[in-house]
Write a protein that binds this ligand. Structure first.
Ligand code: PMP
Length: 460
């Protein structure tokens, strides 16, 4: 993105700012619920066609699009480059290639370094040769391919539960699972820092939703003591390792709470499978609890398992219900056989080579130790797959990411609204493939670059 100097005096920018201010003002004065607000905003008498504003039918005039445009103008004005959508020219692992240069990479979920593993690639290629690239329809219609069942059986065995089902998107897995299992007479209690896909699933379900303070199992207990009896089903949803903060849900306590209140418990293990526990079996292994005490294990294939899609693992009845009624499974194409075969192979290698899990864990610990010693703020990170370095303002985080990119270190900023303003950060994904030297170099480069930027631009 180029810098557009003098944009503040530009009438187009003034107009964008005025619209944004008006939008904010109307949002602030409106303390009704969202559906009340929509009802209030919908006029009772139909306007004449000539009176319908362009913002109702031209996408470029949508408020949401105008907000994006404003953000881009302000970023250009501040001289910020776009840190997203960087083009990688090789398999992204501990290192990658960007613009023909090898860089140190902390922006990829390749936690156990299995994406790019020759046996994983070979399994995908073999499955594509046998079964084609696509599953060519929903599995109900177009049928199964052996890699589907191999992966699902492998996941069920790994978790120690009855069965599993895989879907083509991790995000859609949460949306469709939650909205299939819960409805308007139910309650969903989730951690305040829960992933967007869970939030979207909860919205779609029509259930009531309560966000509770981060990792506060006592708050869940108190909430359910007050409110459990008003609802039919209650679902508690947490993440094994939190995607923005890298800390761990207190699974042992949550199991006690869910049993006490006869609720269901769902754990999203996107960043925990292959990461937590001595052999990477996730939160259940980490806490030494019975995996069957969690009703719904969810995870993604896009991280440790170097594929794409999501899984649900649990009792036979859960999997049967998903396979026969979840719209995201029933009305969506089956997983491409090559991806299923790749993830099944990755899961096999993970079990044969648990040293990948211990290497990742040692690397996460080392990263956090060194970062703290360098005076960097790693927030709540427990030192596993995700380590944030919290810097404060969104502009500083974006500027830092760009400056580090120029110094051969690829790491993405997480800015408002993904996290609260003032808590913008760089998010490091630590893998089993990083060397101690690479971690030391990364921490040192961040500490030096951050100090330089703060000296020249302040904390904002
Ligand atoms: N759950 C969590 C906790 C995530 O962080 C993500 C995205 N990384 C998802 C679900 C969605 O997974 P996917 O990107 O594989 O669709």
């Amino acid at each position: 993105m180029s810098s557009s100097k003098g944009a503040a005096s530009n009438p187009a920018v003034e107009a964008l700012l005025a619209r944004a201010r008006a939008r904010r003002a109307s949002a602030n004065t409106n303390d009704a619920t969202t559906s009340d607000a929509i009802e209030a905003a919908v006029p009772t008498a139909a306007p004449a066609p000539g009176d319908i504003p362009e913002s109702s039918y031209l996408i470029e005039q949508f408020d949401t699009y105008q907000a994006l445009k404003l953000q881009k103008v302000l970023a250009d004005q501040a001289g910020l480059e776009n840190p997203f959508f960087r083009m990688h020219e090789s398999v992204a692992s501990a290192t990658s290639v960007i613009d023909g240069e090898e860089i140190l990479n902390f922006a990829t979920y390749n936690y156990a370094d299995l994406n790019g593993h020759p046996a994983v690639a070979a399994a995908a290629i073999d499955a594509i040769r046998r079964y084609g690239v696509s599953a060519s329809a929903s599995r109900l219609v177009s049928g199964e391919r052996p890699p589907h069942r191999a992966l699902e059986q492998g996941l069920a065995d790994f978790y120690g539960v009855d069965d599993a089902v895989v879907l083509v998107s991790g995000h859609a897995t949460n949306v469709t699972t939650i909205s299939t299992l819960l409805g308007p007479r139910d309650l969903i209690v989730h951690d305040r820092l829960i992933h967007n896909s869970i939030y979207e699933g909860a919205r779609l379900s029509g259930a009531q939703r309560r966000a509770v303070a981060h990792n506060d199992w006592r708050a869940i207990d108190a909430l359910l003591a007050r409110e459990r009896s008003r609802f039919e089903k209650v679902l508690i949803v947490v993440e094994g390792v939190y995607s923005m903060d890298g800390d761990i849900a207190p699974l042992d306590k949550l199991i006690e709470v869910k049993k006490k209140h006869k609720a269901l418990l769902m754990v999203d293990e996107a960043h925990a499978l292959g990461v937590l526990g001595r052999t990477g079996k996730g939160a259940a292994e980490h806490f030494g609890v019975d995996p069957k005490d969690v009703d719904i294990w969810m995870g993604t294939l896009s991280k440790t398992l170097s594929g794409c899609g999501g899984y649900i693992a649990g009792c036979f009845e859960l999997v049967e219900l998903m396979k026969l009624t979840a719209p995201g499974f029933v009305f969506s194409v089956g997983m491409p056989p090559g991806i299923a075969a790749a993830s099944a192979k990755a899961l096999e290698i993970l079990q044969e080579e648990p040293e990948r899990v211990s290497a990742l864990q040692a690397n996460g610990r080392l990263f956090v130790e060194l970062a703290k010693a360098a005076g960097l703020d790693v927030g709540r990170s427990a030192g596993y797959s995700v380590v944030p370095i919290i810097v404060g303002g969104s502009a500083l985080a974006a500027r830092l990411s760009t400056a580090l990119g120029k110094r051969g270190l690829n790491v993405q900023p997480i800015t408002y609204p993904a996290v609260e303003e003032g808590e913008a950060r760089l998010r490091f994904f630590v893998t089993s493939a990083h060397t101690s030297q690479q971690i030391k170099q990364a921490v040192q480069t961040v500490a030096e670059t951050l100090a330089e930027l703060k000296a020249s631009h302040g904390d904002g």
